[in-house]
Every structure is written in structure tokens, then in C-alpha cells.
Design a protein around this ligand. Structure first.
Ligand code: ACM
Length: 384
């Protein structure tokens, strides 16, 4: 007899707290993929049922809810986490119970777990390209502003090394609380005005991102001369702050909503249909959250189970034609081959892509060989 039981999967993205905005887009990407899979007959006729909890952007709560998903809801996989501080608390849970976490967020690298699949960019897929782009086009005096937790500290350390390698210098490094308001940014912007860096590298995350750009604009700084470069300011944050504040600033990511290809157009159409509106906003974290569910479903179809021993052999090395291009899970690192791109925010709240790799870049989370092959074939459409 065929098994018609629903397949329960855990979903942990925050609807509340400091990173609710970007995490809700990850939740939407996850739900879009689940809806597509179920509309097409599920996984071998079995419906995929998300078991969702709101971890409230709270690291400790992530761990409690991950354990509840495993022990009470009996899921084998969890799709979840934005901040690295939250991933770090879910990691021991999936390792202890031998379950699998799919993590759809760019992060600082320097991690491997057999119980995690990493589908966001590692530093060799965004930081290396951003450092190259900014120092080439604007100069090499960098001022860093970040949120006060693990990802910004580690990402800033890597970015500093990359800029120093190019004979550049770090002229400032400041941190603000998660959830910071504009008052915390104003003195930093005043210091930036004094130090006159070539560019500002921001690892500010979440709902306070808007206040950095606001403080910058109100101080009369000019993005043509001293732009903000980021790995985390996406279309979601821009929608919140308004296109005008972000215009002219840069972000490096494997996916932008503005990508002009058939797969992106089809997935955006599917998303518009699901939400019942043409007015949708997507971003790199939404896209990773979307394609990782399809990678999971395809591996399940091949293995007949989502228990980790059954799933991993089919997941590792598997490919999917995603909106950013054909992605592949690297069996050695559990990270994903992705397409580095640099975008400049435009007047529509979207990104104009100013440079991109034509081929997927292999993940190198420990930055062992990152200088090789990062911009294999590139488009230089820069007119800053
Ligand atoms: C992050 O904390 N990995 C954005």
C-alpha cells in the first residue's frame, strides 16, 4: 500500500523581534515552495505540512522550539534561522538528535556540521567580490558599522583582511545594538564625516538598517562619493526605508529580484499568484529559502524518506535550477555553489546589477582558496 501520510517539516523564521522583516520573507519563500510542491501532487502523493513556530528573533527560543519540533512534532528536517546567533543555538539540537537544518542565510563562514545544509552565501561568494568591487571603484579606506552579535564581528574581520590585502586600511569600526534607533547612528555618521572613508561597510541587520541609511542621508553624505556597501541590505530593508534612502548604495548577493531570466520570472509569477497581488518584494534570503525546499523535496523523492541517512546521499551533489541560476550542494562542505553579484540600489527600490559571475562559484567557507575563480566571467556594466 502506498504511504499517503502527510510529511511534517519544521519551519522556524521569526514574525516578531529585530529581524522579523527579513525572516518573514524567508517564511514566504519556504511557504511558496511548499505550496508549489503540494499543488503538483506533493512528494510521491504525500502532502508536505509545515509545522511553524515564531522564534521571535531570540536565540534561546530558537533552541527550545527546535527541540520541540524534533521531540514533540517528530520532524526530521527544519527550515530556519536568519541570525548566526540563532543558528548557533539550533546546531547542538540537530546534532544531538541527528536531524537536518536547512539554513538559507548568508553568514560568516568557518563552520561545518553534518547536520546542516547551508544555502546562503559564504564569504568567498559575497565578501570577496564586494571588497574587490568597492576598492577598485571607490578606494580602499573602509569604515565599518555593524550590529552587535557574532555575524558582524566575524564578517568584518574577513572584510578587513580582504581590504588590507589590497593595501587598504580600516579607518573605523563601530557596533550598534540589535534594534538600534537613529540616535545610535548619528554619532557614528558624525565620525564618518570626519574620517572621510572611501566607503562604509555595513553589517547592520534587521529592522534598524533603515536608521543607518536615514542618518547617512540626513547628514548630507553622497552615495556617489562615499557609498554604503552591504551584504545584508536587501530589497526587503529597502522597501521598509523607501527607495530614495537606499539609492546609489551597494549590496553583494547571489540573487536580486531584478534578475532578468525565465526562471526568476516564473517563480515571481508563482509568488504573485500565491499572494494575490502584483506588488511583491523578494530578496536573496527569500530565494535561498525557496530553492532549498525544492532541493529537499527532490532528494526525498529519490530516497523515499527524509531521515538524515537516507536523505543526505541524494541531497549532497544535487542541483536545482533556481532563480539565480543552477545551484548545487557541495558534498564536501554542505554549502552551495552560488552566483556572486553586486547590485546598486536604484530609484525603484530594486538593484541594478553592476557586476556578476557567469558561472557558479564553489563555496569555500574556510577561505582556503578564495582568490581563485571568483569572477570567472564577468559583466562590467559600471557607470558610477
Ligand atoms: C547572519 O547573521 N548570518 C546574517
Amino acid at each position: 500500500m502506498a504511504n499517503h501520510d502527510p510529511i511534517r517539516v519544521g519551519v522556524l523564521f521569526s514574525k516578531t523581534g529585530v529581524t522579523a522583516l527579513i525572516e518573514q520573507s524567508q517564511l514566504s519563500g519556504t511557504m511558496l515552495a511548499i505550496s508549489e510542491i503540494n499543488s503538483a501532487g506533493g512528494i510521491d502523493g504525500r502532502e508536505v505540512v509545515p509545522v511553524y513556530y515564531d522564534p521571535q528573533s531570540n536565540p534561546a527560543l530558537h533552541s527550545v522550539l527546535a527541540e520541540r519540533l524534533v521531540l514533540t512534532d517528530k520532524v526530521n528536517v527544519i527550515f530556519g534561522c536568519y541570525m548566526s546567533s540563532t543558528r548557533k543555538t539550533v546546531l547542538p539540537v540537530v546534532e544531538k538528535w541527528n536531524r537536518l537544518l536547512f539554513y538559507p542565510t548568508l553568514y560568516e563562514g568557518f563552520e561545518f556540521s553534518n547536520n546542516v545544509i547551508y544555502t546562503g552565501a559564504a564569504p568567498n561568494q559575497n565578501s570577496v567580490q564586494l571588497a574587490d568591487f568597492m576598492t577598485t571603484n571607490f578606494g580602499s579606506r573602509m569604515y565599518i558599522v555593524g550590529s552587535n552579535y557574532i555575524y558582524p564581528y566575524e564578517s568584518n574581520r574577513t572584510m578587513t583582511e580582504l581590504v588590507l590585502q589590497r593595501n587598504g586600511e580600516k579607518v573605523g569600526e563601530r557596533y550598534v545594538a540589535l534594534g538600534a534607533t537613529q540616535e545610535e547612528f548619528d554619532p557614528i555618521i558624525a565620525d564618518i564625516k570626519k574620517k572621510k572613508p572611501s566607503f562604509i561597510f555595513s553589517t547592520v541587520v534587521g529592522n534598524s538598517t533603515q536608521y543607518l541609511y536615514k542618518a547617512y542621508a540626513e547628514a548630507g553624505l553622497n552615495a556617489k562619493e562615499m557609498p554604503i556597501a552591504s551584504l545584508t541590505t536587501s530589497e526587503a530593508e529597502i522597501r521598509e526605508m523607501g527607495a530614495e534612502l537606499a539609492a546609489g548604495h551597494y549590496t553583494a548577493a547571489p540573487y536580486f529580484q531584478s534578475l532578468d531570466n525565465e526562471v526568476n520570472a516564473a517563480v515571481l509569477a508563482s509568488y504573485r499568484k500565491l499572494l494575490g497581488t502584483d506588488d511583491v518584494t523578494t530578496n536573496m534570503c527569500w530565494e535561498a529559502a525557496y530553492f532549498q525546499v525544492h532541493l529537499y523535496a527532490n532528494a526525498f523523492r529519490a530516497s523515499g524518506s527524509d531521515e538524515i541517512e537516507a536523505l543526505l546521499p541524494h541531497l549532497l551533489g544535487s542541483e536545482f535550477l533556481a532563480p539565480q541560476g543552477r545551484v548545487r550542494i557541495d558534498p564536501t562542505t554542505h554549502h552551495t555553489c552560488l552566483y556572486p553579484r553586486v547590485g546598486r540600489a536604484n530609484a525603484k527600490g530594486q538593484f541594478t546589477i553592476v557586476r556578476e559571475a557567469k558561472r557558479a562559484v564553489h563555496p569555500d567557507p574556510y577561505l582556503v582558496t578564495y582568490s581563485l575563480g571568483d569572477w570567472t566571467a564577468r559583466i562590467d556594466a559600471l557607470d558610477v
